[in-house]
Design a protein around this ligand. Structure first.
Ligand SMILES: Nc1ncnc2c1ncn2[C@@H]1O[C@H](COP(=O)(O)OP(=O)(O)OP(=O)(O)O)[C@@H](O)[C@H]1O
Length: 719
């Protein structure tokens, strides 16, 4: 190659390299300018949030966006009110319509959804240390704005002058220790933007023209403007920026004070065991089951899951249970646990749900307690009185339960279905003749109801279930969560299943077979529901002390029950019972007056303890009669009392008195169980016949439910 050619080539190469360097420099300036702009708006958000440091908050600025090498998170705020992932937007002409946000004509919703996605992933990460999912919030701050408080999907959109109040308003949800745990995890999740942005001086070697080309290509004359520093991009809406103080001192102090004065929520409302937090967020491709022994946090997980599903899905969520009064209590809990979504969750007992379905569809039904009793009495008199089932081994109630739970609970309408039914959970075997009489009794009772033009509660469920089968709901629920699912009848379960079908995360059954106190056991297969591969077991008892649990467990040590998944099962045993306390007290009373006197004394002693008020005490009985007696004795002694039938979860300074059936799902610091039988602790079940064994099993399970309601203290009396 001639020397001149070589020099020309080198000149051309150098010129091309120079152009490439200039372009790289211009790019770097542009990037620098955008950092500068971001920091100006972010700094204002940081200034707005800074006072939170005085209220126990940690502000993490300039953190890496997890999963991205270049993107940053403007600010992560962690403190007593939870975790806030904050992104500042210098947007002008913002409008929000429904779940979409616009800048001028441009739909910028996707930009906020990236933030929502980050909050969602953060929620999963922090669930690993137990932070409840609802405690992570995605917040978009509009620079220069005030008086804005909107939602775009899961993202809260506020003005820069509103963000402090938004955070402070969350109050005291995490304890200082929990904040530390979350902070530690968050520091490794949101890594510091420490390393300088990579600066590369390496440019690709320019490709030169072939040597044969005679003409040396000289780049075109550069334009003078190309040398000028690149101006930072114009802020989107510079006109909105002002430099007056963001918030005056009084406003800041009022906001912080509001947050500091807020009543703390219970531990489990914001912080769970990681295993619980995982179940809350877990996705199941169909109906699922959460089981575990008493006090292992099943209801807690069920409630968190209701909030989580309401927050992350469209549509309605139903929380239901057999016990009429429990949904009100659960609603009260969710109001504090997840105030943001409580309006999207419906709470209704199973019967109330059935009634709503029938009312909505105009199906006539009439429930009349007196007429139902009259129908039963008449049918019994005509068919069963004096028959082979009318013996002194069973009271009429046994046969009433047989009809109500075993037959009607399954929706049986043909004799053949009953003739050789396994009757799960009923130990007293019935021969063909006895079954025949029972069937005749059922038929007569049914005819009596029809003649009187009334339905009983089992009919109400069957009608609703048939109605849903005839015409599935136009707008199915997104999710139905059933607490105390072991109390359901087969038809109840079919009805609830029909509300959601097999949709992913549609049906969640929460319960404990050990606490089965109603006869009529059935399997999920009979109800057409499968939870195969979608079961979870919780195994840490958070409620009871080890002493209380040990005492209660004695009652059910050998108990076997018919589990809804098909097998005969023994109760789940918790692997950990971390709480310790005094031994339960068992007193044998000389007579009823003696029991009443001792019970009142015990209540008075209990409320003398620091931190225990009348509202923390539950007096439980097997029978309504026991409830009436206890109420009378306490009232006579001047102790305020509320019947559990009337308790709706709103704190009340009165001893709660009720039947054990009404106490299901509840808990009290101190529990008094007023009518155990001494023989239950001593008799040998194998020495009893099947009739007595069956009766005893149900009684003991009921006692087990009663005793496991106690958090700190248990007092048990027999006469
Ligand atoms: N992660 C947790 N941290 C602290 N306490 C917890 C936690 N989970 C549950 N608890 C406590 O344990 C108590 C029992 O929880 P929960 O009522 O959900 O249990 P359960 O399994 O539904 O009980 P049961 O079947 O006996 O009704 C709760 O009231 C709560 O006080």
């Amino acid at each position: 190659m001639p020397a001149g050619d070589s020099a020309a080539n080198e000149a051309q190469r150098q010129l091309l390299l120079a152009t490439a360097h200039e372009k790289a420099a211009a790019d770097a300036r542009r990037t620098a300018a955008s950092y500068g702009l971001a920091s100006a708006t972010e700094q204002r958000t940081a200034r707005a949030l800074a006072p939170l440091a005085a209220a126990g908050y940690h502000l993490l600025a300039d953190r890496q966006w997890p999963g991205s090498r270049r993107a940053q998170v403007d600010m992560v705020v962690i403190g007593p009110g939870g975790v806030f992932v904050v992104d500042t937007k210098a947007w002008a002409e913002v409008s929000i319509v429904g779940d979409r946000i616009h800048r001028g004509d441009a739909d910028v919703t996707d930009e906020l959804m990236a933030l929502a996605d980050l909050a969602y992933r953060t929620e999963g990460e922090l669930a690993e240390v137990g932070l409840a999912p609802g405690e992570v919030h995605a917040v978009a701050v509009l620079a220069g704005r005030s008086g804005v408080d909107e939602h775009v999907g899961p993202v809260r959109v506020v003005g820069e002058r509103d963000v402090l109040q938004l955070v402070a308003r969350h109050g005291q949800r995490l304890s200082p220790t929990q904040v530390d745990v979350v902070l530690t995890r968050a520091l490794s999740w949101f890594r510091q933007v420490g390393a300088p942005a990579p600066v590369s001086t390496t440019l690709p070697e320019p490709v030169l023209p072939a040597p044969s080309t005679a003409v040396v290509a000289i780049p075109a004359q550069r334009h003078a403007a190309d040398d000028a520093p690149v101006a930072p991009p114009v802020p989107d809406d510079p006109g909105t920026f002002t430099i007056e103080p963001l918030l005056d001192d009084a406003t800041v102090q009022a906001a912080l004070l509001d947050g500091l004065m807020a009543a703390p929520v219970e531990d489990w409302m914001a912080f769970l065991h990681p295993a619980q937090a995982r179940v809350v967020r877990r996705s199941f491709n169909g109906p699922s089951r959460i089981r575990g022994a008493a006090g292992t946090g099943k209801t807690v997980v069920g409630l968190h899951r209701a909030a989580y599903l309401a927050r992350t899905r469209q549509g309605r969520v139903l929380v239901t249970t057999y016990i009429r009064t429990l949904p009100d209590v659960l609603r009260q809990l969710l109001t504090r646990l997840a105030p943001d979504v409580v309006d999207r969750v419906e709470f209704a007992g199973v019967h109330e749900t059935a009634k709503r379905i029938l009312d909505e569809r105009g199906v006539q039904h009439r429930i009349d307690g007196r007429q139902i009793t009259a129908a039963w009495t008449s049918a019994w008199g005509r068919v069963a009185g004096g028959s082979i089932i009318d013996t002194d081994r069973h009271e009429q109630d046994y046969w009433h339960d047989e009809v109500r739970y075993v037959i009607k609970g399954r929706g049986l309408t043909q004799w053949e279905q009953y003739a050789d039914l396994p009757r799960l959970g009923r130990r007293h075997r019935l021969g063909p003749q006895q079954r025949r009489v029972v069937w005749d009794l059922y038929q007569a009772y049914d005819a009596e109801l029809r003649v009187r033009g009334v339905h009983d509660f089992a009919d109400q469920i069957a009608l609703a279930e048939a109605e849903l089968r005839r015409q599935p709901p136009a707008e199915p629920y997104t999710a139905v969560i059933v607490d105390e699912a072991q109390d359901l009848s087969c038809v109840m379960l079919r009805m609830l299943h029909a509300l959601v079908g097999d949709a992913p995360d549609g049906l969640t059954l929460v319960g404990d077979g050990q606490q089965t106190i109603y006869p009529g056991g059935f399997t999920l297969a009979e109800a057409g529901v499968s939870v195969a591969g979608r079961g979870t077991v919780l195994d840490i008892n958070y409620r009871n002390t080890a002493e209380i649990l040990q005492f209660a467990s004695m009652l059910v040590a050998d108990d076997e029950f018919a589990d809804i998944e098909g097998a005969t099962a023994r109760g789940d045993r918790p692997t950990q019972v971390p709480r310790r306390g005094p031994k339960p007290v068992y007193v044998r009373c000389a007579n009823q007056a003696d029991r009443a006197r001792r019970m009142v004394t015990r209540v008075q002693e209990a409320v003398r303890q620091v931190g225990t008020g009348y509202g923390d005490v539950g007096v439980l009985s097997l029978s309504r009669r026991g409830v009436d007696d206890a109420t009378a004795a306490l009232t006579a002694a001047g102790v305020p009392v509320v019947n559990l039938e009337k308790y709706d979860g709103v704190p009340v300074d009165a001893v709660k008195v009720g039947t054990i059936k009404r106490a299901k799902g509840l808990e009290f610091k101190q529990v008094l169980v007023v009518d155990v039988r001494a023989s239950w602790f001593t008799e040998k079940p194998e020495q009893l016949d099947e009739v007595d064994r069956e009766r005893r099993e149900y009684r003991l399970r009921e006692m087990y439910v009663a005793m496991t309601r106690a958090r700190d203290g248990l007092w048990v009396a027999s006469v």
